[in-house]
Design a protein around this ligand. Structure first.
Ligand code: MG
Length: 257
């Protein structure tokens, strides 16, 4: 069951979402050739805690860092390390912040130096999958509508759509009902009640949809080792439409990748 949020909860979610968006903006400014993913993690930790919030992922099921840093063939849940970003890499950064008991959750994939056009397009169309997913969405629609639209857009480009990992409700808990797959039938699944907060997160692969879990039990990579992109926002769904709670300052659907 999707549990709608109260007005007070929505206010807390907006604040948590703003902290997440601001952290992502800081990540965007910090990503460069030579920086290690551990350094990015430290910058994120320092900022989130300076805002009176706590990194949602730190110690979540034992996750050892504040952010997930997923480079190139890593789909999600990459653990920050001494790896230094290289020219031509892409990096998915997933940020969660808990403010007064409420979580915001969002991810972006950033390009490092000169990235091939093919991979840039993957990053761009993964973002577009998210926007297609929420276009015209209102309370009363069904979860499957989001899933179907994401799948439809990704399929058009022949990309692999990850099935094992899904979007989710978010609020007092980082992961709440419903599950929001990135594939499915239009108009299927649960009806979205007004004032629902959802984390919608297409994970799209350049090649096969098949994935593989590394021995650290966190890092998910593509089986063919081709690149994967991730784009996620926490959104509020009301009778009037969708409010995105985790945008970076000034960010739009059409920004250059
Ligand atoms: Mg999420």
């Amino acid at each position: 069951m999707i549990k709608p949020k109260t007005q007070h909860e929505i206010e807390m979610m907006r604040k948590a979402g703003k902290i997440v968006g601001d952290t992502l903006k800081l990540m965007q400014k910090s990503v460069r050739i030579g920086i290690t993913t551990k350094e990015l993690d430290k910058i994120a930790f320092d900022f989130i805690t300076s805002q009176g919030a706590y990194p949602s992922f730190l110690n979540y099921d034992g996750f050892p860092a504040s952010i997930c840093t997923s480079v190139n063939e890593t789909v999600v849940h990459g653990i920050p390390s001494d790896y230094a970003l290289k020219d031509g890499d892409i990096i998915g950064i997933d940020v969660g912040a808990c403010y007064k008991g409420y979580h915001g959750d969002a991810a972006r994939t950033f390009c490092v130096g000169n990235v091939s056009e093919k991979v840039k397009q993957l990053v761009k169309e993964t973002r577009e999958c998210f926007y297609q997913g929420i276009e015209g969405l209102k309370a009363g629609d069904r979860v499957g509508t989001i899933s179907h639209r994401i799948e439809h857009h990704a399929k058009h480009f022949g990309y692999g759509i990850v099935r094992e990992l899904v979007g989710h409700g978010v609020g007092k808990n980082l992961h709440e009902d419903p599950q929001i797959p990135n594939y499915g039938s239009d108009n299927s699944g649960e009806i979205i009640p007004p004032n629902s907060t959802l984390a919608i997160e297409p994970m799209i692969n350049l090649g096969t949809r098949q994935i593989y879990l590394l021995g650290d039990d966190w890092t998910v990579i593509t089986r063919d080792r081709l690149q994967s992109a991730h784009y996620e926002n926490t959104v509020l769904v009301t009778e009037n439409g969708v409010e995105i709670l985790t945008l970076m300052d000034g960010e739009t659907r059409y920004d250059e990748i």
